[in-house]
Design a protein around this ligand. Structure first.
Ligand code: OSB
Ligand code: MG
Length: 393
């Protein structure tokens, strides 16, 4: 825990006084199947940062295995302990916007770095006494929400799920697809729900050679197809987009604003999904949003089955003006029996989440519950870390 709060002088530098990394285990209410595998038991890393008597929280959005991107819970633990904490602990920064430069020597590992930076955006928001959304440049009072539905065994099961989510108010439906689990499902959904906002997410399950097959999706008035081709590709997506009408949305391939500019200029996509972890934190996420807005490319906020901490950061980010499409940010109750924040994230009957107006995350973090869920923890303080840095530098 942090030392007691003193005078909060936001114009002064922030010192990175202590960091705590925790792994918590949390079971999803129901398993989530994508083209790369099925997820049920989540192993999630949380970063708790202290500065000026204030506490900030960030979440590492890496998966348990390297199947969405190359990061995992365990690689993130290792990179955080060996590199992120030693590079940052004890340092003075003007604000969280300085963290990307501080962590710049570490290549990749965006989700690990994002958790630290986002924790400091939480702190900065508190010490300035402004809501996190406002601090980031957000203006929306509520954000439009969609749901992401995992691959089901039969179209009937998917239709039942969609029925339920539409009744709850969600504004758009995303369904996960993979070869063999695509057209039949899309056709069934379109037939039952002729006017619903519908999109599909392939998580890199197809190859350019399957363009003729993907072109058949054009008949179903999809808002977009998300990441049909390889996780690290932009070029083939441009070739695919030239031959299909359904707009392509990139997720996995966009790690920074430079990638976004390149993908847009190459016409590899018409929409971009921004995930805070994937792009390395709020600073870069805002830049991706800027690049897209300048080029009239709509963006929306993706999800990574986050706890309330990651979800609160997603809500704040989604209030930025470029986020014009419903995102994958939905109610806590869809994921967890009990979240780790209070109150839980709730969605209105119009399918929106109200953006909090209090400083910080806008939700309180349930410390005791986190303690109960913790399976390992590591603390970092300036003096100890300097020893660790010697072996690293
Ligand atoms: O591609 O958007 C994705 C979950 C895990 C990994 C990748 C993705 C997803 C989701 C879930 O679609 C979105 C959510 O509800 O958090
Ligand atoms: Mg996706």
């Amino acid at each position: 825990m942090c030392a007691a709060a003193g005078l909060v002088d936001w114009w002064k530098n922030l010192k990175i006084e202590s960091l705590t990394l925790r792994e918590i285990h949390l079971r999803l209410k129901s398993s989530f199947e994508t083209s790369f595998g099925t997820i049920r038991e989540r192993r999630i890393l949380l970063v708790e940062a202290c500065s000026d008597g204030l506490t900030g929280w960030g979440e590492v959005t890496a998966g348990e295995g390297p199947f969405y991107n190359s990061e995992t819970t365990d690689t993130s633990w290792s990179i955080f302990c060996s590199f992120v904490a030693p590079l940052s602990i004890g340092k003075d920064i003007e604000g969280p916007g300085d963290l990307p430069a501080l962590l710049q020597p570490i290549r990749g590992h965006e989700m690990t770095k994002a958790a630290l930076e986002n924790a400091f955006w939480d702190i900065e928001s508190q010490r300035r006494g402004v809501p996190l959304a406002t601090l980031l440049g957000g203006t929306a009072r509520e954000i439009p929400c969609g749901v992401s539905l995992g691959i089901q065994s039969e179209p009937e099961a998917l239709l039942a799920l969609i029925e339920k989510e539409l009744a709850a108010g969600y504004q758009r439906i995303k369904i996960k697809i993979k070869p063999g689990k695509d057209l039949e499902f899309i056709a069934a959904v379109r037939k039952r729900f002729p006017s619903v906002k519908l999109m599909v997410d392939a998580n890199s399950a197809y190859r350019l050679e399957q363009a003729a097959h993907l072109k058949k999706f054009d008949a179903y008035d999809l808002m977009m197809i998300e990441q049909p081709l390889a996780w690290d590709d932009i070029f083939d997506h441009a070739k695919l987009q030239a031959g299909i009408r359904t707009p392509i949305c990139l997720d996995e391939s966009i790690h920074n604003s430079h990638h976004a500019a390149a993908a847009i200029e190459l016409r590899a996509c018409q929409i971009i999904n921004i995930k805070l972890g994937r792009v390395g934190g709020h600073s870069e996420a805002r830049r991706v949003q800027d690049v897209c807005r300048q080029r009239s490319i709509p963006v929306w906020c993706g999800g990574m089955l986050e706890t309330g901490i990651g979800r609160a950061h997603n809500i704040a980010m989604s209030s930025l003006p470029g986020f014009v499409l419903p995102g994958d940010v939905s109610a806590s109750q869809r994921y967890w029996d009990e979240d780790i924040i209070e109150p839980e994230v709730k969605v209105s009957s119009e399918g929106t989440i109200v953006v909090p107006t209090t400083p910080g995350l806008g939700y309180s973090v349930r410390g005791k519950r986190i303690e109960q869920l913790t399976v390992r923890r590591q603390e970092f303080h300036p003096n100890k870390a300097q020893v660790a840095v010697e072996g690293v530098a």
